[in-house]
Design a protein around this ligand. Structure first.
Ligand code: GDG
Length: 526
Protein backbone atom coordinates (compact mmCIF):
# COMPACT_ATOMS: atom_id res chain seq x y z
CA UNK A 1 0.00 0.00 0.00
CA UNK A 2 2.83 2.38 0.96
CA UNK A 3 4.54 1.59 -2.36
CA UNK A 4 1.36 2.37 -4.26
CA UNK A 5 0.93 5.70 -2.43
CA UNK A 6 4.60 6.60 -3.04
CA UNK A 7 4.24 5.80 -6.73
CA UNK A 8 1.03 7.85 -7.03
CA UNK A 9 2.62 10.78 -5.20
CA UNK A 10 5.67 10.63 -7.48
CA UNK A 11 3.45 10.58 -10.58
CA UNK A 12 1.52 13.65 -9.37
CA UNK A 13 4.76 15.50 -8.50
CA UNK A 14 6.31 14.64 -11.89
CA UNK A 15 3.17 15.81 -13.68
CA UNK A 16 3.15 19.11 -11.75
CA UNK A 17 6.82 19.66 -12.60
CA UNK A 18 6.16 18.92 -16.29
CA UNK A 19 3.17 21.31 -16.36
CA UNK A 20 5.25 24.04 -14.67
CA UNK A 21 8.15 23.49 -17.12
CA UNK A 22 5.72 23.89 -19.99
CA UNK A 23 4.28 27.12 -18.58
CA UNK A 24 7.82 28.47 -18.16
CA UNK A 25 8.73 27.49 -21.71
CA UNK A 26 5.83 29.61 -23.00
CA UNK A 27 7.58 32.72 -21.67
CA UNK A 28 10.45 32.09 -24.09
CA UNK A 29 7.95 32.43 -26.96
CA UNK A 30 7.00 35.93 -25.79
CA UNK A 31 7.96 37.66 -29.06
CA UNK A 32 5.34 35.75 -31.06
CA UNK A 33 2.06 37.14 -32.40
CA UNK A 34 -0.72 36.52 -29.93
CA UNK A 35 -4.43 37.07 -30.13
CA UNK A 36 -3.97 40.28 -28.13
CA UNK A 37 -1.14 41.68 -30.26
CA UNK A 38 -3.05 40.85 -33.45
CA UNK A 39 -6.17 42.61 -32.26
CA UNK A 40 -4.21 45.65 -31.10
CA UNK A 41 -2.31 46.00 -34.37
CA UNK A 42 -5.29 45.42 -36.65
CA UNK A 43 -7.47 47.65 -34.46
CA UNK A 44 -5.02 50.55 -34.87
CA UNK A 45 -4.81 50.20 -38.64
CA UNK A 46 -8.45 49.45 -39.30
CA UNK A 47 -9.65 52.85 -38.02
CA UNK A 48 -13.42 52.88 -38.65
CA UNK A 49 -13.55 50.33 -41.47
CA UNK A 50 -15.73 47.27 -40.88
CA UNK A 51 -14.80 43.66 -41.61
CA UNK A 52 -17.23 41.23 -43.23
CA UNK A 53 -16.27 37.56 -42.95
CA UNK A 54 -17.79 35.12 -45.43
CA UNK A 55 -17.65 31.33 -45.28
CA UNK A 56 -19.85 28.40 -46.15
CA UNK A 57 -19.71 27.07 -42.57
CA UNK A 58 -21.20 29.03 -39.71
CA UNK A 59 -19.27 29.87 -36.51
CA UNK A 60 -22.30 29.16 -34.27
CA UNK A 61 -25.22 26.86 -35.03
CA UNK A 62 -28.65 26.87 -33.36
CA UNK A 63 -30.13 23.41 -32.85
CA UNK A 64 -33.27 22.10 -31.20
CA UNK A 65 -32.77 20.09 -28.04
CA UNK A 66 -36.28 18.93 -27.23
CA UNK A 67 -38.32 22.16 -27.12
CA UNK A 68 -35.32 24.32 -26.30
CA UNK A 69 -32.75 25.85 -28.64
CA UNK A 70 -29.08 25.23 -27.96
CA UNK A 71 -26.13 27.13 -29.47
CA UNK A 72 -23.18 25.05 -30.64
CA UNK A 73 -19.83 26.65 -31.34
CA UNK A 74 -17.92 25.32 -34.31
CA UNK A 75 -14.59 24.73 -32.63
CA UNK A 76 -12.08 24.47 -35.53
CA UNK A 77 -8.86 26.49 -35.15
CA UNK A 78 -9.68 28.73 -38.11
CA UNK A 79 -13.16 29.54 -36.81
CA UNK A 80 -11.75 30.37 -33.39
CA UNK A 81 -9.22 32.83 -34.87
CA UNK A 82 -11.83 34.48 -37.10
CA UNK A 83 -14.28 34.54 -34.19
CA UNK A 84 -11.74 36.60 -32.14
CA UNK A 85 -11.51 39.06 -35.03
CA UNK A 86 -15.29 39.20 -35.47
CA UNK A 87 -15.80 39.83 -31.73
CA UNK A 88 -13.12 42.49 -31.38
CA UNK A 89 -14.21 44.49 -34.45
CA UNK A 90 -17.98 43.89 -34.32
CA UNK A 91 -17.92 42.29 -37.74
CA UNK A 92 -20.71 40.70 -39.72
CA UNK A 93 -20.21 37.04 -40.65
CA UNK A 94 -22.13 35.85 -43.72
CA UNK A 95 -22.60 32.07 -43.90
CA UNK A 96 -24.98 29.25 -44.73
CA UNK A 97 -27.46 28.46 -41.96
CA UNK A 98 -27.78 24.69 -42.07
CA UNK A 99 -28.85 23.77 -38.51
CA UNK A 100 -32.48 22.96 -37.70
CA UNK A 101 -33.18 25.98 -35.44
CA UNK A 102 -30.96 28.49 -37.27
CA UNK A 103 -33.83 30.52 -38.71
CA UNK A 104 -35.92 30.38 -35.52
CA UNK A 105 -33.57 32.92 -33.93
CA UNK A 106 -32.82 35.27 -36.84
CA UNK A 107 -34.61 38.51 -37.77
CA UNK A 108 -36.26 38.89 -41.24
CA UNK A 109 -32.82 39.77 -42.74
CA UNK A 110 -31.36 36.51 -41.45
CA UNK A 111 -29.32 38.31 -38.76
CA UNK A 112 -28.61 37.04 -35.25
CA UNK A 113 -26.18 38.38 -32.64
CA UNK A 114 -23.52 36.07 -31.18
CA UNK A 115 -21.73 34.81 -29.07
CA UNK A 116 -24.49 34.11 -26.57
CA UNK A 117 -24.24 36.46 -23.60
CA UNK A 118 -21.77 38.75 -25.37
CA UNK A 119 -23.61 39.60 -28.63
CA UNK A 120 -20.59 41.44 -29.98
CA UNK A 121 -21.09 40.60 -33.66
CA UNK A 122 -23.74 39.47 -36.10
CA UNK A 123 -24.13 36.37 -38.20
CA UNK A 124 -26.09 36.82 -41.41
CA UNK A 125 -27.46 33.45 -42.40
CA UNK A 126 -28.22 32.36 -45.92
CA UNK A 127 -31.03 29.89 -46.42
CA UNK A 128 -30.52 27.15 -49.01
CA UNK A 129 -33.12 24.66 -50.15
CA UNK A 130 -32.28 20.97 -50.62
CA UNK A 131 -31.61 21.38 -54.34
CA UNK A 132 -29.19 24.27 -53.62
CA UNK A 133 -27.39 22.30 -50.88
CA UNK A 134 -27.02 19.41 -53.30
CA UNK A 135 -25.78 21.36 -56.34
CA UNK A 136 -23.69 23.98 -54.52
CA UNK A 137 -22.21 22.08 -51.57
CA UNK A 138 -22.25 18.36 -52.31
CA UNK A 139 -22.12 18.69 -56.07
CA UNK A 140 -19.90 21.42 -57.50
CA UNK A 141 -17.90 22.16 -54.31
CA UNK A 142 -17.23 18.61 -53.16
CA UNK A 143 -17.69 16.38 -56.21
CA UNK A 144 -16.09 18.75 -58.73
CA UNK A 145 -13.64 21.28 -57.24
CA UNK A 146 -12.42 19.17 -54.29
CA UNK A 147 -11.28 16.10 -56.31
CA UNK A 148 -10.07 18.35 -59.17
CA UNK A 149 -7.71 20.27 -56.87
CA UNK A 150 -6.49 17.21 -54.93
CA UNK A 151 -4.47 14.87 -57.03
CA UNK A 152 -5.58 11.51 -55.71
CA UNK A 153 -7.21 9.83 -58.66
CA UNK A 154 -10.87 10.33 -57.73
CA UNK A 155 -12.50 11.50 -60.91
CA UNK A 156 -14.23 14.90 -60.58
CA UNK A 157 -17.86 15.01 -61.70
CA UNK A 158 -18.88 17.67 -64.21
CA UNK A 159 -22.63 18.24 -63.96
CA UNK A 160 -23.98 21.38 -65.68
CA UNK A 161 -26.90 21.77 -63.25
CA UNK A 162 -24.46 21.67 -60.28
CA UNK A 163 -22.43 24.44 -61.87
CA UNK A 164 -25.57 26.56 -62.43
CA UNK A 165 -26.61 26.07 -58.80
CA UNK A 166 -23.08 26.81 -57.55
CA UNK A 167 -22.98 30.12 -59.42
CA UNK A 168 -26.52 31.03 -58.31
CA UNK A 169 -25.68 30.32 -54.65
CA UNK A 170 -22.48 32.38 -54.96
CA UNK A 171 -24.67 35.24 -56.25
CA UNK A 172 -26.88 34.76 -53.18
CA UNK A 173 -23.80 35.11 -50.92
CA UNK A 174 -22.70 38.22 -52.88
CA UNK A 175 -26.15 39.82 -52.47
CA UNK A 176 -26.08 39.12 -48.74
CA UNK A 177 -22.64 40.74 -48.46
CA UNK A 178 -23.72 43.71 -50.57
CA UNK A 179 -26.75 44.29 -48.31
CA UNK A 180 -24.77 44.09 -45.08
CA UNK A 181 -21.44 45.74 -45.88
CA UNK A 182 -20.99 49.38 -44.96
CA UNK A 183 -19.07 51.71 -47.27
CA UNK A 184 -15.36 50.77 -47.51
CA UNK A 185 -15.83 47.49 -45.61
CA UNK A 186 -13.13 44.87 -46.07
CA UNK A 187 -14.48 41.50 -47.19
CA UNK A 188 -12.64 38.31 -46.15
CA UNK A 189 -13.88 35.24 -48.08
CA UNK A 190 -13.00 31.62 -47.26
CA UNK A 191 -12.32 28.78 -49.64
CA UNK A 192 -13.37 26.95 -52.75
CA UNK A 193 -17.11 27.16 -52.06
CA UNK A 194 -17.04 30.88 -52.81
CA UNK A 195 -15.04 31.25 -56.05
CA UNK A 196 -17.66 33.47 -57.73
CA UNK A 197 -18.67 35.77 -54.85
CA UNK A 198 -16.16 38.56 -55.59
CA UNK A 199 -17.11 38.49 -59.29
CA UNK A 200 -20.79 39.14 -58.51
CA UNK A 201 -19.91 41.60 -55.78
CA UNK A 202 -17.88 43.76 -58.14
CA UNK A 203 -21.06 44.57 -60.05
CA UNK A 204 -23.23 45.02 -56.97
CA UNK A 205 -20.73 46.96 -54.82
CA UNK A 206 -17.58 48.05 -56.67
CA UNK A 207 -16.41 50.00 -53.59
CA UNK A 208 -15.66 46.85 -51.59
CA UNK A 209 -12.18 45.35 -51.32
CA UNK A 210 -12.08 41.56 -51.14
CA UNK A 211 -9.56 38.91 -50.19
CA UNK A 212 -10.17 35.19 -50.65
CA UNK A 213 -8.13 32.52 -48.88
CA UNK A 214 -7.94 29.18 -50.68
CA UNK A 215 -7.51 26.36 -48.11
CA UNK A 216 -6.82 23.47 -50.48
CA UNK A 217 -4.04 22.90 -53.06
CA UNK A 218 -4.09 24.57 -56.45
CA UNK A 219 -3.10 21.91 -59.01
CA UNK A 220 -0.92 22.43 -62.05
CA UNK A 221 -2.51 23.82 -65.26
CA UNK A 222 -2.63 20.38 -66.95
CA UNK A 223 -5.00 19.16 -64.29
CA UNK A 224 -7.14 22.27 -64.01
CA UNK A 225 -7.67 22.64 -67.76
CA UNK A 226 -10.20 19.78 -67.94
CA UNK A 227 -12.82 21.76 -65.96
CA UNK A 228 -15.55 22.85 -68.39
CA UNK A 229 -16.15 26.05 -66.34
CA UNK A 230 -12.46 26.88 -65.83
CA UNK A 231 -12.75 30.38 -67.31
CA UNK A 232 -15.66 31.30 -65.05
CA UNK A 233 -13.85 30.00 -61.96
CA UNK A 234 -10.63 31.86 -62.84
CA UNK A 235 -12.51 35.08 -63.64
CA UNK A 236 -14.35 34.70 -60.34
CA UNK A 237 -11.13 34.35 -58.36
CA UNK A 238 -9.41 37.18 -60.21
CA UNK A 239 -12.21 39.51 -59.14
CA UNK A 240 -10.57 39.48 -55.69
CA UNK A 241 -8.02 42.14 -54.82
CA UNK A 242 -5.92 39.59 -52.95
CA UNK A 243 -5.92 35.84 -53.36
CA UNK A 244 -4.17 33.82 -50.66
CA UNK A 245 -2.78 30.27 -50.80
CA UNK A 246 -0.89 28.25 -48.18
CA UNK A 247 2.20 27.83 -50.34
CA UNK A 248 4.13 29.80 -52.90
CA UNK A 249 3.97 26.63 -54.99
CA UNK A 250 0.14 26.74 -55.11
CA UNK A 251 0.22 30.49 -55.85
CA UNK A 252 2.57 29.83 -58.79
CA UNK A 253 0.41 26.98 -60.06
CA UNK A 254 -2.53 29.39 -60.01
CA UNK A 255 -0.67 32.07 -61.95
CA UNK A 256 0.51 29.52 -64.52
CA UNK A 257 -3.07 28.28 -64.92
CA UNK A 258 -4.34 31.82 -65.45
CA UNK A 259 -1.55 32.47 -67.94
CA UNK A 260 -2.57 29.41 -69.93
CA UNK A 261 -6.32 30.02 -69.91
CA UNK A 262 -6.95 33.78 -69.96
CA UNK A 263 -5.60 36.85 -71.65
CA UNK A 264 -3.85 38.76 -68.92
CA UNK A 265 -0.47 40.09 -67.77
CA UNK A 266 1.35 38.21 -65.05
CA UNK A 267 3.91 40.14 -63.05
CA UNK A 268 5.98 37.34 -61.50
CA UNK A 269 8.23 39.75 -59.67
CA UNK A 270 5.36 41.39 -57.76
CA UNK A 271 3.19 38.28 -57.84
CA UNK A 272 0.22 40.05 -59.46
CA UNK A 273 -2.20 39.25 -62.25
CA UNK A 274 -3.49 42.21 -64.27
CA UNK A 275 -6.60 41.83 -66.38
CA UNK A 276 -8.04 45.05 -67.78
CA UNK A 277 -8.60 47.33 -64.80
CA UNK A 278 -8.51 44.49 -62.30
CA UNK A 279 -5.30 43.72 -60.40
CA UNK A 280 -5.12 40.60 -58.22
CA UNK A 281 -2.24 40.14 -55.80
CA UNK A 282 -1.48 36.43 -55.44
CA UNK A 283 0.20 35.70 -52.11
CA UNK A 284 1.11 32.83 -49.81
CA UNK A 285 0.04 32.76 -46.16
CA UNK A 286 0.67 29.34 -44.57
CA UNK A 287 -2.13 28.70 -42.08
CA UNK A 288 -1.45 27.39 -38.60
CA UNK A 289 -2.92 26.66 -35.17
CA UNK A 290 -3.40 28.46 -31.87
CA UNK A 291 -0.09 27.04 -30.67
CA UNK A 292 -0.06 28.66 -27.25
CA UNK A 293 -3.54 27.48 -26.37
CA UNK A 294 -2.93 23.87 -27.44
CA UNK A 295 0.52 23.76 -25.81
CA UNK A 296 -0.84 25.10 -22.54
CA UNK A 297 -4.00 22.97 -22.51
CA UNK A 298 -2.25 19.70 -23.32
CA UNK A 299 0.34 20.29 -20.59
CA UNK A 300 -2.25 21.07 -17.92
CA UNK A 301 -2.67 18.73 -14.97
CA UNK A 302 -6.21 17.94 -16.13
CA UNK A 303 -4.92 16.79 -19.54
CA UNK A 304 -2.12 14.74 -17.97
CA UNK A 305 -4.63 13.06 -15.67
CA UNK A 306 -6.96 12.38 -18.62
CA UNK A 307 -3.99 10.80 -20.45
CA UNK A 308 -3.21 8.42 -17.57
CA UNK A 309 -6.87 7.43 -17.28
CA UNK A 310 -7.12 6.86 -21.01
CA UNK A 311 -4.03 4.64 -21.02
CA UNK A 312 -5.56 2.42 -18.32
CA UNK A 313 -9.04 2.40 -19.84
CA UNK A 314 -7.84 1.44 -23.33
CA UNK A 315 -5.06 -0.83 -22.03
CA UNK A 316 -2.34 1.13 -23.83
CA UNK A 317 0.27 0.55 -21.09
CA UNK A 318 3.38 -1.19 -22.34
CA UNK A 319 2.43 -0.61 -25.99
CA UNK A 320 3.99 1.71 -28.54
CA UNK A 321 1.21 3.88 -29.97
CA UNK A 322 0.93 5.06 -33.56
CA UNK A 323 -1.81 7.68 -33.95
CA UNK A 324 -3.84 8.96 -36.90
CA UNK A 325 -6.46 11.76 -36.61
CA UNK A 326 -8.39 12.68 -39.73
CA UNK A 327 -11.65 13.65 -41.30
CA UNK A 328 -12.68 10.46 -43.10
CA UNK A 329 -11.76 11.73 -46.55
CA UNK A 330 -10.15 9.87 -49.46
CA UNK A 331 -7.46 12.58 -49.66
CA UNK A 332 -6.09 11.70 -46.21
CA UNK A 333 -4.42 8.43 -47.25
CA UNK A 334 -5.85 6.26 -44.46
CA UNK A 335 -5.99 2.99 -46.48
CA UNK A 336 -2.37 3.66 -47.53
CA UNK A 337 -1.45 4.08 -43.83
CA UNK A 338 -3.08 0.73 -42.98
CA UNK A 339 -1.18 -0.92 -45.84
CA UNK A 340 2.11 0.46 -44.49
CA UNK A 341 1.23 -0.71 -40.98
CA UNK A 342 0.47 -4.19 -42.32
CA UNK A 343 3.83 -4.18 -44.11
CA UNK A 344 5.54 -3.11 -40.87
CA UNK A 345 4.10 -6.12 -39.04
CA UNK A 346 5.19 -8.45 -41.85
CA UNK A 347 8.73 -7.06 -42.04
CA UNK A 348 9.14 -6.66 -38.25
CA UNK A 349 7.16 -9.41 -36.44
CA UNK A 350 8.89 -8.29 -33.23
CA UNK A 351 6.17 -5.60 -33.04
CA UNK A 352 3.35 -8.16 -32.74
CA UNK A 353 1.68 -7.60 -29.36
CA UNK A 354 3.86 -4.51 -28.80
CA UNK A 355 2.47 -1.79 -31.03
CA UNK A 356 -1.02 -0.42 -31.70
CA UNK A 357 -2.35 1.86 -34.42
CA UNK A 358 -5.09 4.14 -33.06
CA UNK A 359 -7.07 5.75 -35.88
CA UNK A 360 -9.46 8.52 -34.91
CA UNK A 361 -11.78 9.38 -37.79
CA UNK A 362 -14.57 11.89 -37.95
CA UNK A 363 -17.18 11.15 -40.66
CA UNK A 364 -17.44 13.84 -43.30
CA UNK A 365 -19.64 14.58 -46.38
CA UNK A 366 -21.48 11.37 -45.57
CA UNK A 367 -24.09 11.84 -48.31
CA UNK A 368 -21.49 11.30 -51.04
CA UNK A 369 -20.72 7.87 -52.42
CA UNK A 370 -16.94 8.33 -52.61
CA UNK A 371 -16.93 9.13 -48.89
CA UNK A 372 -19.13 6.16 -47.97
CA UNK A 373 -16.79 3.94 -49.94
CA UNK A 374 -13.61 5.09 -48.23
CA UNK A 375 -15.18 4.53 -44.78
CA UNK A 376 -16.27 0.99 -45.71
CA UNK A 377 -12.82 0.32 -47.08
CA UNK A 378 -11.14 1.53 -43.84
CA UNK A 379 -13.55 -0.48 -41.65
CA UNK A 380 -12.96 -3.66 -43.65
CA UNK A 381 -9.21 -3.21 -43.66
CA UNK A 382 -9.10 -2.64 -39.86
CA UNK A 383 -11.25 -5.71 -39.23
CA UNK A 384 -9.07 -7.76 -41.55
CA UNK A 385 -5.83 -6.69 -39.80
CA UNK A 386 -7.31 -7.40 -36.37
CA UNK A 387 -8.56 -10.79 -37.58
CA UNK A 388 -5.19 -11.74 -39.06
CA UNK A 389 -2.85 -10.55 -36.30
CA UNK A 390 -5.06 -10.20 -33.20
CA UNK A 391 -4.14 -12.14 -30.07
CA UNK A 392 -6.16 -12.88 -26.97
CA UNK A 393 -5.21 -9.64 -25.21
CA UNK A 394 -4.03 -7.48 -28.12
CA UNK A 395 -5.42 -6.13 -31.37
CA UNK A 396 -3.19 -4.17 -33.74
CA UNK A 397 -5.74 -1.51 -34.74
CA UNK A 398 -8.23 0.56 -32.78
CA UNK A 399 -10.55 2.50 -35.12
CA UNK A 400 -12.49 5.20 -33.27
CA UNK A 401 -15.08 6.45 -35.72
CA UNK A 402 -17.00 9.55 -34.69
CA UNK A 403 -16.54 13.12 -33.59
CA UNK A 404 -14.41 13.60 -30.49
CA UNK A 405 -14.37 16.68 -28.35
CA UNK A 406 -11.04 18.52 -28.88
CA UNK A 407 -10.19 18.00 -25.18
CA UNK A 408 -10.54 14.27 -25.77
CA UNK A 409 -8.10 14.43 -28.69
CA UNK A 410 -5.34 16.07 -26.66
CA UNK A 411 -4.49 13.07 -24.42
CA UNK A 412 -4.17 10.92 -27.56
CA UNK A 413 -1.67 13.40 -29.02
CA UNK A 414 0.29 13.27 -25.76
CA UNK A 415 0.28 9.50 -25.43
CA UNK A 416 1.28 8.83 -29.04
CA UNK A 417 4.83 7.66 -29.72
CA UNK A 418 4.29 8.34 -33.41
CA UNK A 419 1.69 10.48 -35.20
CA UNK A 420 1.11 9.64 -38.86
CA UNK A 421 -0.25 12.09 -41.42
CA UNK A 422 -0.26 10.33 -44.78
CA UNK A 423 -2.39 12.57 -47.00
CA UNK A 424 -2.23 11.89 -50.73
CA UNK A 425 -2.53 15.67 -51.19
CA UNK A 426 -3.35 18.30 -48.57
CA UNK A 427 -3.31 22.11 -48.62
CA UNK A 428 -1.65 22.34 -45.20
CA UNK A 429 -2.82 19.72 -42.62
CA UNK A 430 -3.38 21.06 -39.15
CA UNK A 431 -3.24 17.67 -37.39
CA UNK A 432 0.53 17.59 -37.96
CA UNK A 433 0.89 20.96 -36.25
CA UNK A 434 -1.51 20.09 -33.43
CA UNK A 435 0.49 16.94 -32.64
CA UNK A 436 3.75 18.88 -32.42
CA UNK A 437 2.15 21.47 -30.11
CA UNK A 438 0.34 18.95 -27.92
CA UNK A 439 2.83 16.07 -27.68
CA UNK A 440 4.89 15.37 -24.61
CA UNK A 441 7.86 17.73 -24.12
CA UNK A 442 10.42 15.11 -25.11
CA UNK A 443 8.55 12.25 -26.74
CA UNK A 444 6.88 11.84 -30.11
CA UNK A 445 7.80 11.44 -33.76
CA UNK A 446 5.85 12.97 -36.63
CA UNK A 447 5.66 10.88 -39.81
CA UNK A 448 4.39 13.27 -42.46
CA UNK A 449 3.40 12.93 -46.10
CA UNK A 450 5.55 14.94 -48.50
CA UNK A 451 2.34 15.94 -50.25
CA UNK A 452 1.05 18.15 -47.43
CA UNK A 453 1.67 21.89 -47.19
CA UNK A 454 2.91 21.25 -43.64
CA UNK A 455 5.88 19.25 -45.01
CA UNK A 456 7.35 22.51 -46.36
CA UNK A 457 7.57 23.97 -42.85
CA UNK A 458 8.09 20.91 -40.64
CA UNK A 459 11.38 19.76 -42.09
CA UNK A 460 12.29 17.80 -38.97
CA UNK A 461 9.39 15.38 -39.44
CA UNK A 462 10.12 12.00 -41.08
CA UNK A 463 8.77 12.60 -44.58
CA UNK A 464 7.07 9.82 -46.53
CA UNK A 465 5.48 9.11 -49.87
CA UNK A 466 2.24 7.36 -48.84
CA UNK A 467 2.08 5.53 -52.20
CA UNK A 468 5.43 3.83 -51.51
CA UNK A 469 4.24 1.19 -49.02
CA UNK A 470 7.61 -0.47 -48.35
CA UNK A 471 9.48 2.75 -47.67
CA UNK A 472 6.55 4.06 -45.62
CA UNK A 473 6.65 0.91 -43.45
CA UNK A 474 10.40 1.30 -42.92
CA UNK A 475 9.87 4.93 -41.89
CA UNK A 476 7.35 3.77 -39.28
CA UNK A 477 10.02 1.43 -37.98
CA UNK A 478 12.59 4.24 -37.94
CA UNK A 479 10.11 6.38 -35.97
CA UNK A 480 9.47 3.61 -33.43
CA UNK A 481 13.17 3.11 -32.70
CA UNK A 482 14.25 6.77 -32.79
CA UNK A 483 16.49 7.62 -29.80
CA UNK A 484 14.92 9.90 -27.18
CA UNK A 485 17.47 12.67 -27.71
CA UNK A 486 16.72 12.84 -31.42
CA UNK A 487 12.96 12.91 -30.81
CA UNK A 488 13.38 15.81 -28.43
CA UNK A 489 15.66 17.75 -30.78
CA UNK A 490 13.29 17.37 -33.74
CA UNK A 491 10.21 18.25 -31.69
CA UNK A 492 11.84 21.36 -30.26
CA UNK A 493 12.75 22.67 -33.72
CA UNK A 494 9.23 22.07 -35.07
CA UNK A 495 7.65 23.56 -31.96
CA UNK A 496 9.64 26.78 -32.37
CA UNK A 497 8.53 27.04 -36.00
CA UNK A 498 4.84 26.63 -35.14
CA UNK A 499 5.02 28.93 -32.10
CA UNK A 500 6.25 31.66 -34.40
CA UNK A 501 4.03 30.91 -37.41
CA UNK A 502 0.75 30.53 -35.56
CA UNK A 503 -2.88 31.20 -36.53
CA UNK A 504 -2.66 34.81 -35.31
CA UNK A 505 0.42 35.61 -37.40
CA UNK A 506 -1.47 34.12 -40.37
CA UNK A 507 -4.48 36.37 -39.77
CA UNK A 508 -2.23 39.36 -39.14
CA UNK A 509 -0.38 38.91 -42.44
CA UNK A 510 -3.60 38.77 -44.45
CA UNK A 511 -5.39 41.59 -42.66
CA UNK A 512 -2.32 43.84 -42.78
CA UNK A 513 -2.09 43.32 -46.56
CA UNK A 514 -5.73 44.12 -47.18
CA UNK A 515 -5.66 47.18 -44.92
CA UNK A 516 -2.52 48.45 -46.71
CA UNK A 517 -4.29 48.00 -50.02
CA UNK A 518 -7.31 49.95 -48.79
CA UNK A 519 -5.01 52.77 -47.62
CA UNK A 520 -3.28 52.84 -51.03
CA UNK A 521 -6.64 53.13 -52.78
CA UNK A 522 -7.56 56.13 -50.66
CA UNK A 523 -4.25 57.74 -51.69
CA UNK A 524 -4.93 57.05 -55.39
CA UNK A 525 -8.44 58.55 -55.16
CA UNK A 526 -7.30 61.70 -53.31
C1 GDG B 1 -8.77 22.04 -44.95
C2 GDG B 1 -7.62 21.60 -45.87
C3 GDG B 1 -6.01 22.76 -44.35
C4 GDG B 1 -10.31 15.85 -36.80
N1 GDG B 1 -11.03 14.91 -36.15
C5 GDG B 1 -11.59 15.52 -35.11
C6 GDG B 1 -11.20 16.84 -35.11
N2 GDG B 1 -10.42 17.02 -36.15
C7 GDG B 1 -9.82 18.32 -36.47
C8 GDG B 1 -8.32 18.31 -36.30
C9 GDG B 1 -7.92 19.46 -37.20
C10 GDG B 1 -9.01 19.48 -38.27
O1 GDG B 1 -10.06 18.66 -37.82
C11 GDG B 1 -8.54 18.89 -39.58
O2 GDG B 1 -7.74 19.85 -40.20
P1 GDG B 1 -6.88 19.49 -41.49
O3 GDG B 1 -6.00 20.63 -41.76
O4 GDG B 1 -6.15 18.23 -41.23
O5 GDG B 1 -7.88 19.15 -42.66
P2 GDG B 1 -9.21 19.64 -43.47
O6 GDG B 1 -10.42 19.49 -42.66
O7 GDG B 1 -9.17 18.85 -44.72
O8 GDG B 1 -9.00 21.21 -43.79
C12 GDG B 1 -6.33 21.45 -45.08
C13 GDG B 1 -7.23 23.25 -43.56
O9 GDG B 1 -8.39 23.33 -44.40
C14 GDG B 1 -6.99 24.66 -42.99
O10 GDG B 1 -6.68 25.56 -44.01
O11 GDG B 1 -4.95 22.52 -43.44
O12 GDG B 1 -5.25 21.17 -45.95
O13 GDG B 1 -7.95 20.37 -46.51
O14 GDG B 1 -7.98 20.69 -36.51
O15 GDG B 1 -8.02 18.48 -34.93
N3 GDG B 1 -11.56 17.74 -34.18
C15 GDG B 1 -12.38 17.31 -33.18
N4 GDG B 1 -12.82 16.02 -33.13
C16 GDG B 1 -12.45 15.10 -34.07
O16 GDG B 1 -12.87 13.93 -33.99
N5 GDG B 1 -12.75 18.19 -32.23
Amino acid sequence: MKDFLDRSLKKITDASIRAAERAQKLDSFSHITTKESLLELVGKKLKDRKIVLVSNREPYAHVFQGDRIKVIRNAGGLTIALDSIARAFHAVWVCYGGANADFKVTDPQGLVSVPPGEESYQIKRIRLNRQEERGFYEGFSNETLWPLCHVCYVRPKFTPSDWDTYDAVNLKFARAVAQTAEKDSLIFLQDYHLCRVAYHLKTLRPDLITVLFWHIPWPNPEIFRILPWKKEILEGLLANDILGFHLKYHAENFQETVGMELECRIDWELSRVERGEQVTRVRSYPISIDFEDIYRQSGSLAALKAGSELAVEQRFQGLKLILGVDRLDYTKGIPERLDAFDRLLIAHPEYLGKVKLVQIGVPSRTGLEDYQQVVTNIENRCAELNGRYGQEDWEPVLFLKGHQDFNTLLPYYRLADVCVVSSLHDGMNLVAKEFVAASDNDKGVLVLSRFTGAARELEQALLVNPYDTLAFAETLHQALVMPAEEQKARLTRMRNTIAENNIYSWAQAILSDIIRLAEDQVLVKS
